[in-house]
Design a protein. Structure first.
Length: 362
């Protein structure tokens, strides 16, 4: 990409906006963590759903010793790609212990039941191989004794995937309707504009809830619900841009040459408004993440045990007034930083594509 090309100049202007570049770096880090998934989580079980109820609401940084009390022989080992995408099912049962000693083929251990309580010593059969392990919960454990860090990392996938698919749906609908309204005008424009104003007048969250009721609860339904509620911004923008461009010389020339309406819109109009579309898509990405989090909090989004930032807040918001507020604050902070990063990216793209701004010297 040459410095003197239009794309090169846009990239230079974008890099000069340090906040926008930091937002892009943060989003790149989130995407990397989301792709690696289970490969970087301490709990590599599917959905990071390994529960130890004795370890409920333990503080960040606590380390516990575990005793494997039985093995499962019917659990299949997955390859690296399968592990990265879906996790590795656990092939053993374990309990947290405070003391451990082995005599012959028996193990005498005291199960952990609390910091101030001491359990009776129990006899367990000796499991061949490595029958003990230690785990540090860097961000503590949740209500069910699950590793909070693992669930926060896997929650990245939910938020970014919902945002991506919802934005793609909104772009498809918004660009199509906006281009038709702006290019043809007249009754077509009046009808589409009336429909956009009806959708625009409805609160986004209530509209998404209504669509969720129609489609049912679930992870995939939320993609469609959020996408169908965020296309109006795109359509209004595209309509205005097409209205401004359809009378310019190169569009008139394409009509005079007999090019079809589809080709004129796709190859001559839309490429010239790609910048504003990218800006509104970045802003809609942030809105989609907020909508998904709100729906998960209300119980319409990702269903348990799938880790979702909104669902994690729902499970632990009661601890905000107790000594474990971080259980709700950490996923809330993750939502805030992600939305803020997308907003910074949108601002950076807006400034980079602003042809009226100061010229870039290279």
């Amino acid at each position: 990409m040459s410095k003197h090309s239009p794309s090169g100049k846009i990239w230079i202007k974008f890099k000069r906006n340090k906040l926008a570049f930091c937002g892009l770096f943060f989003l790149g880090l989130l995407i990397l963590l989301g792709i690696l998934g289970y490969l970087v989580t301490p709990d590599q079980s599917p959905m990071a759903n390994t529960m130890h109820l004795q370890l409920s609401n333990k503080k960040p940084g606590r380390t516990f010793h575990f005793l494997i009390i039985s093995k499962k022989t019917d659990v299949k080992r997955v390859n690296l790609l399968g592990k990265m995408l879906y996790g590795q099912p656990v092939d053993f049962m374990s309990i947290p212990v405070t003391t451990y000693r082995q005599e012959g083929n028996k193990v005498y251990a005291r199960e952990y039941i609390g910091d101030d309580e001491r359990a009776e010593e129990t006899i367990y059969p000796l499991v061949q191989g490595n029958n003990r392990y230690t785990q540090t919960f860097w961000l503590g454990t949740d209500l069910y004794g699950r590793d909070l860090l693992s669930r926060l990392i896997l929650g990245i996938r939910v938020s970014l995937s919902v945002g991506l698919v919802a934005v793609l749906i909104s772009l498809c609908i918004g660009i199509s309707l906006g281009a038709l309204a702006g290019y043809f005008g007249g009754k077509v424009d009046a009808l589409i504009s009336w429909f956009m104003n009806v959708i625009w007048s409805l609160p986004s969250l209530l509209l998404v809830i209504a669509i969720s009721f129609a489609l049912g609860k679930g992870f995939w339904q939320i993609f469609i619900a959020v996408g169908l509620s965020t296309w109006v911004d795109v359509a209004r923008l595209v309509r205005g841009q097409v209205l401004a461009l359809k009378e310019v010389e190169f569009v008139e020339a394409s009509k005079a040459l007999g090019f079809s309406t589809f080709r004129t819109i796709m190859k001559h109009i839309l490429p010239n408004i790609a910048g504003p579309i990218l800006v509104v898509a970045s802003a809609n990405f942030a809105s989609a993440i907020l909508l998904e989090s709100g729906l998960s909090f209300l119980g319409f989004g990702a269903q348990a045990p799938m880790p979702s930032w909104g669902g994690m807040i729902k499970e632990h918001y009661g601890y905000i007034i107790m000594d474990a507020a971080y259980l709700a604050v950490l996923p809330g902070f993750a939502i805030m930083l992600t939305v803020y990063a997308f907003n910074l990216l949108a601002i950076g793209l807006r400034d980079a594509f602003d042809v009226k701004s100061e010229n870039v010297t290279v």
